[in-house]
Design a protein around this ligand. Sequence first.
Ligand code: PLP
Length: 381
Amino acid sequence: MKFKTTELKFSPIKDIQAKAQKQGAVSLAQGIPYFFIPHGIHQAAIEAISGGKADFYGLPAGILELRKRISERHLNEEGIFYDPENEILVTAGALQGLAAVLLALLSPGDELIIPTPTYFPFLNLPKVMGIKPVFVPLVGSEWKISPNNLRSSISPKTKAILLCHPNNPTGTVFSQQELAAIVEIARKHDLLLIVDEVYRYFVYGAPYTSPGEFHKDKLRIIRLMSFSKAYSLSGWRVGYILADHLLSQEILKVHEMTATASASLPAQYAALSALTYFPDLPHDFANILSSRRERMRKRLEKLSDFFELSEPKGAYYFFVRLKSSMDDKVFAKVLLEKAGVAVIPGSTFGLGGEGYFRLSFAAKENEIEEAFDLMEEYLCR
Ligand SMILES: Cc1ncc(COP(=O)(O)O)c(C=O)c1O
């Protein structure tokens, strides 16, 4: 029997990570931040469980206290108000949020513009829903969006643009001007703009423009957030959607069906504790990541005979070009088998990623050093 998923591939990222683990290789592959989680966050979930607060289905939009805290956070940090009652939906991570958004607001046959290279699930998730992804490669050494390319990819069937800002894997942080140009195009063609901001705290020197700044276009901008990266809580599965009341109500109808009422309650209490008692955690992580980025940059520069790098302005990846003509998948395979270092081939991230590979600097310092010692030993032998 053939299914609509038959042609789909499992994420090569998980596969490479599993092989690396089996082989005892050093991994710079998976984008998981490994940071110390304050005990208070764990304790909040434990108390929610032992106090009986997590025994029954919760509100589909998430616990109100958490939504209020999220609202305060965006007001304090960005000066933008999202109504906790109507404009914030707590999800089981940003990806479940995206699935709910696409299911609710796009129909089979609609086209979704996706700048690439980008986060692997974006390439396939629309297809499962009968939505046609239209890939628009980012251009130049800084991996920017060409407004002309964006315009020419629009057809009468285009419904939305899905933007990753900062972008995984290229580290692109779109400037105020660039975002304004994208919003303008979305407005002109009456498109939704869905922005994945899971890496929004991790920017290095570049100012971060919030898509929420474009107040006039609130009715078309949907923001996807997560505790996975910002608070290093990827296993807890908590994220949220920020969107105008009218959009949120539609998304909520699907969200409550797909998340069976709500994101897990103990996890929501952990997230509430993170926001309430550890608000600086994302900034602390950003400082650590900034120094790891510098460490990795120095090590990469030493290998400039083999690689060409462009500096990521955000997220926590280097997206490096191979100077040899070796296929990126072959390179990643050989590096894993011969040098014992796991990286992700660039073509995993879609059009434009061929001939590149991705390295995560969310890995621990000693892992970064060890991986580069092994790479140097193998490449310079
Ligand atoms: C761009 C991007 N969006 C979403 C996610 C997943 O977020 P969550 O764990 O909140 O579902 C990731 C994880 O790597 C990511 O890189």
